[in-house]
Design a protein around this ligand. Structure first.
Ligand code: MEV
Length: 321
């Protein structure tokens, strides 16, 4: 039996602007999805997952799924595509478990599932170079998010650490593994990327010039952020995160009063910086902080009725256990 793992991740900088071809930085987090895999003697594909459900099918019964109606459809579609593309003839057992809350909206739980299952299949039936995981996985990511996803989170779940990513054309640069403690605060407010991306697009269509300026300002923060990671300058990194939050909130309108409250409280309690992460309008916020402030900040944030996760960013991903 082999066990693989893949990290969830967060946007440190550049969500939304990345959809318009600008740079962003994503980071792998310490919360992971784990996949145990073993070959079977027969031709059954038997998958079980605490969060996604179970299925057992003969290889000949595996089919692609065009529209996901149940959570398990994502995994079924991925496994079927792999089996069909590479003409695999041996059965498998896969068991999936995860530290990442299923509906966290902003920790990329489904991205981690996709990467961990692909990594597990690829360990047992080696067919794809890791550099090509993005191309293989992006169709599934798009089906989950209603066709609008950039899918750039796939790079941090695949390669770990921090990744400077860009679309049109897609590219990535791994910025290494500076492990830093981070708080991820789940507002509990559901917000779908398939709604926030079209929301920004409607604004952009009405005034492309103004939006272009904002995206360019965000891209400057990304460039500064890359330097701050390289220099391990956490004060600078935090300030840039907060600036990015302010642009997302005040200019693009994708924040939420609760996300703004989290950022305010984090800063009042001496965090280095804080921002929403992902599509916004709910989902999660992230807080970068000096370790000695951890308890103080956590206690204050928990009073907001939010679930606070203490984890790290910049960790390794797609590793065997
Ligand atoms: C959502 O997690 C991130 C966005 O930039 C959308 C995307 O990149 O597809 C808002």
């Amino acid at each position: 039996m082999i066990t693989t793992s893949a990290s969830g991740n967060i946007f440190l900088f550049g969500e939304h602007a990345v959809v318009y071809g600008k740079n962003a930085i994503t980071a792998a987090i310490g919360l992971k999805t784990y996949c145990e895999i073993r070959k079977r003697e027969d031709s059954l594909v038997n998958i079980s997952s605490e969060g996604y459900g179970n299925f057992k099918l003969r290889i000949a019964e595996l089919k692609n799924i065009w529209e996901y109606k149940e959570r398990m459809d994502l995994i079924k579609d991925l496994v079927s595509t792999y089996y069909q593309k590479f003409k695999i003839e041996e059965g498998i057992d896969i068991k999936i478990t995860s530290d990442i809350p299923k509906d966290s909206g902003g920790m990329s739980s489904s991205t981690a599932v996709l990467c961990s299952v692909l990594e597990a299949l690829n360990k047992v039936f080696p067919k794809i170079d890791k550099k090509d995981y993005y191309n293989f996985l992006i169709p599934f990511q798009r089906k989950i998010h209603g066709g609008t996803a950039s899918g750039v989170e796939l790079f941090s779940s695949t390669f770990g650490g921090y990744n400077l990513v860009k679309t049109a054309p897609i590219s990535y640069k791994n910025l290494g593994n500076l492990e830093l403690p981070i708080l991820i605060i789940n507002t509990g407010i559901e917000a779908k990327t398939s709604e926030t991306v079209p929301y920004v697009r409607r604004g952009w269509e009405q005034d492309k010039e103004s939006y272009k300026e904002i995206f360019e300002q965000i891209e400057l923060l990304v460039e500064e952020g890359e330097k701050a990671i390289k220099n391990k300058d956490l004060v600078k990194l935090g300030n840039l995160m907060t600036e990015n939050h302010n642009l997302l909130a005040k200019e693009l309108g994708v924040s939420h009063p609760k996300l703004n409250k989290i950022v305010k409280i984090a800063l009042e309690n001496r965090a280095y910086g804080a921002k929403l992460s992902g599509g916004g309008k709910g989902g999660v916020a992230i807080v970068l902080y000096p370790e000695e402030k951890e308890n103080q900040i956590t206690k204050k944030l928990e009073k907001l009725n939010c679930k606070v996760y203490k984890t790290e960013i910049g960790v390794r991903s797609c590793q065997d256990l």
